[in-house]
Design a binder for this molecule. Structure first.
Ligand code: ATP
Length: 218
């Protein structure tokens, strides 16, 4: 058996636009779990929600600007290059092929965990990645159902295990709650309100320059 490399974090999203809620979660989990890096992967076409407002290229450009000075965060354009509906399983298969000895930690909010059994090929996802769930105190974990059973079987408490096992564990970890949402930022911009301090200035200046969220586009 091969010795495993240090695990990496995977944070998928529409990032329409990326904001400090996403960035802070990625950075805190990078540090707390000793991840080699956290990879932000903007989707091309989300599967479970309506189409993003900004184009895939614009969302990618905004993520690049947001993480420019932070070496622990990286952007991966695999889903945008692949086009079509962005299924997480396809992305994990590709990552595993390129990094077969690196445990992959799929980062999600607790709200996403509650819907996880509706994801395409979710059982296969657990053979390729751990789930790292950013816990927020206001969300309750279920006590019955598929997710409750998954937690009973797979919940780990020792963070080091994400590095020593390839996949299949679930780790809950608290992050600083920042109630920022992309939808809210887009609305503020369309109403000519200033969204500064919710997202990096470099992303805001890109949005202003390209008129990404002007009222006619919402
Ligand atoms: P919208 O407001 O349009 O729904 P969003 O920011 O919630 O956008 P995504 O860009 O798809 O949506 O989010 C990517 C990931 O980041 C998801 O896993 C989501 O749960 C998480 N996330 C989004 N906002 C926050 C936040 N404020 N704090 C922590 N995690 C967040």
């Amino acid at each position: 058996m091969h010795h495993l490399q240090q695990a990496i974090g995977i944070l998928g999203g529409t990032f329409d636009p990326i904001h400090f809620g996403h960035l802070r979660m990625a950075l805190e989990l990078h540090q707390a779990l000793d991840l080699a890096e956290v990879r932000l992967i903007p989707c091309y076409q989300p599967v479970h929600r309506k189409l993003p407002v900004a184009s895939p290229e614009q969302r990618l450009a905004m993520v690049r600007r947001a993480i420019r000075d932070e070496p622990s965060l990286r952007v991966d354009s695999a889903e945008i290059q692949r086009k079509g509906p962005s299924y997480t399983i396809d992305t994990l298969i590709l990552l595993h092929k390129n990094m077969p000895h690196t445990p992959l930690c799929l980062i999600m909010g607790i709200d996403a965990l509650l819907n996880f059994p509706s994801w395409h090929k979710w059982e296969d996802i657990l053979t390729l990645a751990h789930l790292v769930v950013a816990h927020r105190p206001q969300y309750q974990l279920p006590t019955t159902g598929i997710v409750a059973d998954l937690l009973k079987e797979r919940l780990i408490h020792n963070t080091a295990e994400i590095h020593t096992k390839q996949a299949g564990s679930i780790l809950l970890h608290p992050v600083t709650p920042l109630e920022i949402s992309s939808t809210d930022i887009r609305k503020q911009i369309a109403m000519d309100r200033n969204p500064r301090y919710l997202l990096p200035d470099s992303v805001y200046s890109y949005i202003m320059q390209h008129r990404t969220y002007s009222i006619s586009k919402l």
